[in-house]
Design a protein around this ligand. Structure first.
Ligand SMILES: [Zn+2]
Length: 229
C-alpha cells in the first residue's frame, strides 16, 4: 500500500506491474487510506454502515470513502486526496505545487511544522504532540489553529458526501484528551445541520496491517472471485 498521491511519484512507472513482473506474484496497489476504509468494515466499527469516510491525518490528509456500500477508488485509484483542496488560496505552498491546500495547516505533519516553527526548532510529530500535551503555550496555539482547519475540512467533506460516520486516524488525536470532542464541536458549528444530524465522528479502531488484509480481500472478491471455477 502507498499513501494515495505517492503513487504519482513513482517516476511514471506502473509500480504494481513492475513489482508483479519482478516477483512473479499477483500484485495490487491500493491507497493506504482506502485500505483503512476496507479494514474499518472488516475489523472496525463500520460493519453495518453503507456510507462512511476514513480520514487519515498522519501523512498529509487522505481519505478512504465508501458510498452506497461501494469502496470508491476513482479512475486512477487517487480518490480521497482531499488534503489538496485549496481551502486557503493565499496560504502556504503545498508539496503538490499548489498553494493553500488543506494539508498545509491541518493534520499531523502540519502540527509538527507549526509547533516547530513556533518553538524555533525542527520537531517530529511525536515531539509536537508531547509539547501540546505538556501545555507549552506556543504548541497549544499551533494545535488550536490546526484543529480549526481540520473542522473546516471535515465539515466540507460531510456537506459534500453526507456520510453516516467519519473515522479518524492520527497522532494529533492524542494531543489532548478531548481532541475528538472539540473537533466534533467545530464540525457541528460548520456543517449543514441536516447532514450532521445522523453523522458521527469516531476514532478508528482498525490499524494499518489490517488495511493490507482488507485490500487483499477486496482484490480477491472483486477481481478473482467472479472467475473462479
Ligand atoms: Zn496540495
Amino acid at each position: 500500500m502507498l499513501p494515495g498521491d505517492d503513487r504519482q511519484r513513482a517516476d511514471g512507472r506502473p509500480f504494481a506491474a513492475d513489482l508483479a513482473r519482478a516477483t512473479g506474484l499477483d500484485v495490487t496497489l491500493v491507497a493506504e487510506s482506502r485500505g483503512l476504509s476496507l479494514a474499518e468494515r472488516l475489523f472496525g466499527d463500520a460493519r453495518d454502515l453503507t456510507d462512511y469516510l476514513v480520514v487519515d491525518l498522519s501523512d498529509g490528509l487522505t481519505m478512504g470513502l465508501v458510498c452506497g456500500g461501494r469502496s470508491v477508488s476513482g479512475r486512477n485509484g487517487l480518490a480521497g486526496g482531499f488534503g489538496h483542496m485549496a481551502l486557503g488560496p493565499g496560504g502556504a505552498v503545498c508539496g503538490c505545487g499548489s498553494r493553500g491546500c488543506l494539508e498545509t495547516p491541518a493534520g499531523d505533519l502540519a502540527l509538527a511544522e507549526g509547533v516547530g516553527q513556533a518553538l524555533g526548532r525542527p520537531m517530529t510529530v511525536e515531539q509536537a504532540v508531547e509539547a501540546v500535551r505538556s501545555g507549552v503555550p506556543e504548541a497549544r496555539q499551533a494545535f488550536e489553529e490546526n484543529l480549526e482547519w481540520l473542522s473546516v475540512g471535515m465539515a466540507a467533506l460531510i456537506n459534500g458526501l453526507n456520510p453516516q460516520a467519519v473515522f479518524l486516524h492520527g497522532a494529533l488525536l492524542d494531543a489532548a484528551d478531548d481532541t475528538l470532542a472539540r473537533l466534533t464541536v467545530g464540525v457541528v458549528r460548520r456543517a449543514l445541520a441536516a447532514g450532521m444530524k445522523d453523522c458521527v465522528l469516531r476514532r478508528s479502531r482498525a490499524f494499518r496491517e489490517q488495511a493490507a488484509v482488507g485490500a487483499a480481500i477486496e482484490r480477491l472478491v472483486s477481481q478473482r472471485g467472479p472467475t473462479l471455477k
